[in-house]
Structures are given as C-alpha cells and as structure tokens.
Ligand binder design. Structure first.
Ligand code: ATP
Ligand code: MG
Length: 250
C-alpha cells in the first residue's frame, strides 16, 4: 500500500520572538494510505485546524516534514506551493468559501480555470463531478440562491474537480442541518469507495467520524490514540468512538 500523506515529527509553535510562545502541536507522526478515509478528532483548541492547515500547505510547521505523494510540502515556496496546492489538494471548509459573484458552475470550474485548462476540458470535468454530486440542475445558480447543503456540495465539487491526491475537510458538516450533513457524509463515503479518493476529515462530531475507516485522536497537540473501523458497521463504529471519547477524555 502506498502512502499519500506521511507526517514526520511535526511541531508547531505559535508566537514570534517577542511574543508569548504557544506549542500547538508536538511529536505528530502518522501516515494516510492511498484510498483511506481518516478522521482526526479532538476537543476545541486541541490543534486540529493547525494540523490540517500544515498538511494542506496553508501554514508551515516549526519543524518536521509533511510528504504528500512523496513530496515534502514544507519545502515548497511561492509559485511552487501554489501549483502543488492547485494540482494535488482539495479542501472543504466549514463555511463553504464559495465566491459569491460566480455561479455554481464557475465556482466548480475555478481550480481548472486557474490551471489554464481549455473550455472543453473544463466542461467535461465539471459535468462529470456535478453529475456525481447531483448538482446538474443548479449549475447556473449563484451561492445566495443555494441552500447550505447545496453550497457545501458545490464546494465539494470544486475541491474534487481536479482529481486531487487528497481531499481535506475541516468540519465540513459544521454549518449544516443534520439531514444535509448526513447527505454530505454519504457522498464523501461514496467518493472514497468508488473513486478511491483519499480523505482526511477533521471533526469533533462522533457521527461524522463514524464514516471514517480510522480515527486519530488529538489532545493538547499530540496524537494520543488511534481507532480502526475493521469490520464494524457504521453504527457499531459510532458506539466505539463514543466509548473511546469517554476513556480518552479521562
Ligand atoms: N495564529 C495563532 N496564533 C497563536 N495561537 C494560535 C493560533 N492559531 C491557533 N492557536 C492556538 O493553538 C491551539 C490550537 O488551535 P486550533 O485552531 O488548531 O484548534 P482546533 O482543534 O481546530 O479547535 P476547534 O475545534 O475549536 O476548531 C489553540 O490553543 C489556539 O488558541
Ligand atoms: Mg478548528
């Protein structure tokens, strides 16, 4: 099995010379295999977003390495980093981050437009992912004309249209009602199974985490425990997660 993500000894200290220093992450080591759906769980302030931002090249660690498809992303600079992000990474956020003055189609097409792809390629790729996510009928709508669930599906399509090496999500269901949240999780799960897309999902919600195959628990900036789904059903895994949270929080 090949690793799509390989994290080695990550440490993150916030605060420059004259400021008070705060160690947000230390001694973080883990791997994500190609095709895995991994969850990262932890309480508020435990370092989940800090970790995800480092993995997705939005921020740099104080020390350590992050390999994505065997490339150390902590060493990338400027345009190299922008190009790498545009080609290899998909990201969905809690608050969607859609551009309000672009239609759903234009939002989804954005990563390919930025890569300078021609309109036939863009049309074809947007059509394919829109079909998969059930967005064909709303492609000419603007974000203000969409429900929260639809916005997040458009954001997911934008994150997947360029077939990234890995999809990162930071609480992507956080702003959704429970029905839309469940639909999004079902879709992520389907994309993971059918297209073998690797996914790393940050959440503090046990229900969302129960869709993952493996969960890393982070506490005070360190990974303290790992839980594998093995042959459990989603409902059984949900219970195992609740049990783990009980013991891990003690
Ligand atoms: N830019 C920053 N400067 C200084 N400290 C920061 C900065 N960003 C985050 N922190 C601190 O690092 C710690 C981890 O924050 P982080 O945002 O990673 O937590 P989280 O697990 O994502 O929490 P939540 O579940 O609330 O989103 C917190 O104590 C936070 O206050
Ligand atoms: Mg966070």
């Amino acid at each position: 099995m090949t690793n799509v993500v390989n994290v080695k000894n990550i440490e993150k200290i916030y605060g420059t010379k004259n400021e008070k220093k705060y160690k947000a992450l230390s001694d973080i080591n883990f791997e994500v295999d190609s095709g895995e759906f991994v969850g990262i769980m932890g309480a508020s302030g435990s370092g989940k977003t800090t970790l995800l931002n480092i993995l997705s090249t939005l921020d740099k660690p104080t020390s350590g390495e992050v390999l994505i498809n065997n490339k150390d992303v902590t060493k990338l600079k400027g345009n190299q980093m922008a190009d790498f992000r545009a080609e290899e990474i998909g990201f969905i956020f809690q608050d969607f981050n859609l551009l309000e003055n672009l239609t759903a189609y234009e939002n989804i097409a954005l990563p390919l437009s930025l890569q300078g792809k021609n309109s036939d390629v863009i049309n074809n790729s947007v059509g394919k992912i829109a079909k998969k996510l059930g967005l064909e009928d709303i492609l000419d709508h603007y974000p203000t004309e969409l429900s929260g669930g639809q916005k997040q599906r458009v954001a997911s399509a934008r994150a997947l249209v360029h077939e990234p090496a890995i999809l990162f999500g930071d609480e992507p269901t956080g702003a959704l009602d429970s029905k839309s949240a469940r639909a999004l999780l079902e879709t992520m799960s389907k994309i993971n199974r059918e297209d073998n897309t690797s996914i790393l999902l940050v959440t503090h919600d046990p229900f969302s985490a129960s869709y993952c195959n493996r969960i890393l628990f982070i506490k005070d900036g360190q990974i303290g425990q790992e839980l594998k789904r093995e042959n459990s059903s989603r409902a059984e895994f949900y219970q195992e997660i609740l049990d783990s949270l009980g013991t891990f929080a003690e």
